[in-house]
Design a protein around this ligand. Structure first.
Ligand SMILES: Cc1cc2nc3c(=O)[nH]c(=O)nc-3n(C[C@H](O)[C@H](O)[C@H](O)COP(=O)(O)OP(=O)(O)OC[C@H]3O[C@@H](n4cnc5c(N)ncnc54)[C@H](O)[C@@H]3O)c2cc1C
Length: 401
């Protein structure tokens, strides 16, 4: 593996780092204490600056106004942007829009692309992804109650979903619903575009996550679909192919998430080291002189470095041998990086003492919101099972002495 970062990417990453430091991190105190709706004009102004710098939508196709960076390149961008919770949103590459854009680009009809894709990449509208149900296990999504039944030229959708992230203010949802109940378990559900102003699309509430319901992009909604009627032309890809499409979307999406988490680790780590360096713990003694703190610094540095290399390796595998062959590596990084991030944020918070519990640093925000990394996109245990099954299969007929 070649770890050289091209000159083009060094320039891009330098510009992004500078922008995050000068334009986004200073915005965080307001972001942490005010409703994000009140910051909309500021966000818009920052997004305009990013567009003027020609750094907008780094991972999206050029024909729609993006930079079309490849997976490795965007992985590095994602790491830089992860240093602020505003990074991906201000640069136009935030989840779940990023995944939805990929789906529309790959599986959307011409009419769907014309209606949504340009506006979505441009950041003029937002979208959400509505799969997880309240009453059934998201870890086993083939257990799904939401149905889309054909009626004339339409689908009529009924069901109760939650954790539809960023539904508040979104233009449309991509909804997973059972269209083919007689088919095999992985061919029963379809993805259907549902505009959020469709009668029967009811956003019940923004769910309080660790005590914060949030709003707008920064929220997770519960949605009740009640006789929600959309034209059959809103189907994405072939009927019954919802899981096939979801699978397509997951590999590169995990690289982006994991590198964002490495960015969070880098920020928390820097805060931890700086606090240990500066905090006087006894007359003439800094916290950094304590061996236990030194041990945390060394451990976290090693954890972040190894997690980062694992993600870059998985990205390299996807690019060289393909998503299917890289499944084990993709599952490995999902739980390893989520746990490393949790540990690093926790240690950094601990080093800050009472200050760590306040919103005077970014650490408490990360502690609240990033715990979820071990649950969404497949809980730790699900990925561990999947990895172990693959390894056991590899060993099925292997002679071991
Ligand atoms: C912040 C956040 C954002 C999200 N955003 C979205 C979104 O935009 N769209 C969307 O559709 N969904 C979203 N989700 C939902 C997420 O995908 C689900 O929460 C996740 O799939 C787990 O499903 P569940 O909550 O139903 O937990 P369950 O499936 O009930 O699992 C509960 C726990 O059981 C254990 N477990 C599960 N299966 C196994 C197993 N096979 N073996 C051993 N242990 C197991 C795990 O510890 C797991 O955490 C989001 C969730 C969060 C927290």
């Amino acid at each position: 593996m070649d770890f050289t970062v091209s000159e083009k990417m060094q320039t891009i990453l330098g510009m992004i780092d500078e922008f995050v430091d000068k334009e986004l991190i200073p915005l965080e105190p307001e972001f942490l204490t005010k409703p994000s709706t009140s910051l909309r004009p500021v966000f818009e102004a920052k997004r305009k600056m990013v567009k003027q710098m020609e750094l907008w939508a780094p991972n999206h196709p050029k024909e729609y106004g993006g930079m079309e960076l490849n997976l490795m390149e965007h992985a590095l961008v994602s790491e830089s942007l992860g240093r602020s919770p505003l990074g991906h949103f201000i640069f136009g590459c935030q989840a779940p829009d990023a995944g939805n854009i990929e789906i529309l680009h790959q599986f959307g009809s011409q009419a769907q692309k014309e209606k949504y894709l340009g506006l979505l990449v441009e950041g003029k509208i937002r979208s959400c992804f509505s799969m997880t149900e309240v009453e059934l296990p998201g870890s086993n999504p083939v257990m799904m109650d939401t149905t889309a039944v054909k009626d004339g030229d339409d689908y009529v959708i009924n069901g109760q979903k939650w954790y539809t992230s960023s539904a508040d203010g979104a233009e449309f949802a991509i909804v997973m619903a059972v269209t083919n109940p007689e088919a095999g378990p992985y061919l029963q559900a379809s993805m259907i575009i549902v505009p959020t102003d469709t009668p029967g699309f009811n956003r019940v509430r923004n769910i309080p996550v660790m005590g914060h319901a949030g709003e707008d992009y920064f929220s997770h909604a519960e949605i009740l679909y009640q006789n929600c009627r959309v034209p059959q032309t809103n189907l994405l890809g072939p009927e019954g192919h919802g899981f096939v499409i979801a699978q397509e979307r997951l590999g590169p999406g995990r690289i982006h998430h994991c590198m964002r988490w490495i960015g969070i680790c880098n920020r928390a780590f820097a805060l931890m080291v700086a606090r240990a360096r500066d905090r006087i713990i006894a007359p003439g003694r800094k916290l950094a002189t304590k061996q236990i703190i030194q041990s945390w610094i060394a451990e976290c540095a090693a954890d972040i470095q190894s997690a980062r290399l694992m993600v870059l390796h998985a990205a390299w595998m996807i690019e060289t041998v393909g998503k299917k062959e890289a499944r084990k590596e993709i599952s490995l990084i999902k739980f390893v990086v989520a746990n490393v991030m949790q540990k690093v944020i926790d240690r950094a918070l601990q080093v800050h003492g009472g200050l760590g519990m306040t919103d005077d640093t970014i650490l408490a925000f990360y502690y609240r919101h990033e715990r979820a990394a071990r649950i969404y996109d497949g809980a730790d245990e699900v990925h561990k099972l999947s990895v172990a099954k693959r390894i056991l299969k590899e060993y099925e007929n292997k002679k071991v002495r």
